[in-house]
Write a protein that binds this ligand. Sequence first.
Ligand SMILES: CC(C)(COP(=O)(O)OP(=O)(O)OC[C@H]1O[C@@H](n2cnc3c(N)ncnc32)[C@H](O)[C@@H]1OP(=O)(O)O)[C@@H](O)C(=O)NCCC(=O)NCCS
Length: 150
Amino acid sequence: MSNFLDKLSIRQMSTDDVNSIVDIDTKVLGETRKDYWVTKVIKEADSRPPDASLIAEIDGKVAGFILGEVSGWEFKVPNNIGWIDTIGIDPDYQNRGIAKVLAIALITNLQQRGVDTIYTLVNWNDWDLLQFFHAMGFSRGDMINLVLKV
Ligand SMILES: CC(C)(COP(=O)(O)OP(=O)(O)OC[C@H]1O[C@@H](n2cnc3c(N)ncnc32)[C@H](O)[C@@H]1OP(=O)(O)O)[C@@H](O)C(=O)NCCC(=O)NCCS
């Protein structure tokens, strides 16, 4: 039996992927955020290295995406800090290793750009993402989030 992941291919995101990303986000969150993704994927594309935004495809269909960044890259002074901004896998394709392949591909690309430390922010209540990042070897960092309601 062939391995499901044999059908998986990883490529750089293009602005044409915005609708597929909106569809996955809608399936995951239950609400549609088209304007948000147009800003992230199209308007802000130049603020991220091209190989820091990746798409996972199964049989030509977009099954997931990851958006990363390198601190300082938009100012042409990249440093050693990279970020995973967002990861999303189509619920029909979750639990098959796609997010892991995407994250490893992004981390490899960031390392080749001189990154040695990767940050990400996860909502404390988002158990799926916390478990995923834990499985990827992430641990609690030394920054905390402060909030003031005004
Ligand atoms: C969290 C998420 C990215 C995981 O994607 P996935 O493709 O199912 O994850 P994988 O199959 O690659 O799992 C990789 C590892 O994480 C672990 N993992 C992933 N999700 C997990 C969960 N919910 N509970 C426990 N472990 C989990 C797997 O067991 C696996 O561990 P292993 O390497 O030890 O075998 C996916 O569920 C998702 O997209 N959730 C929504 C995230 C979100 O809100 N994004 C913003 C809007 S799009």
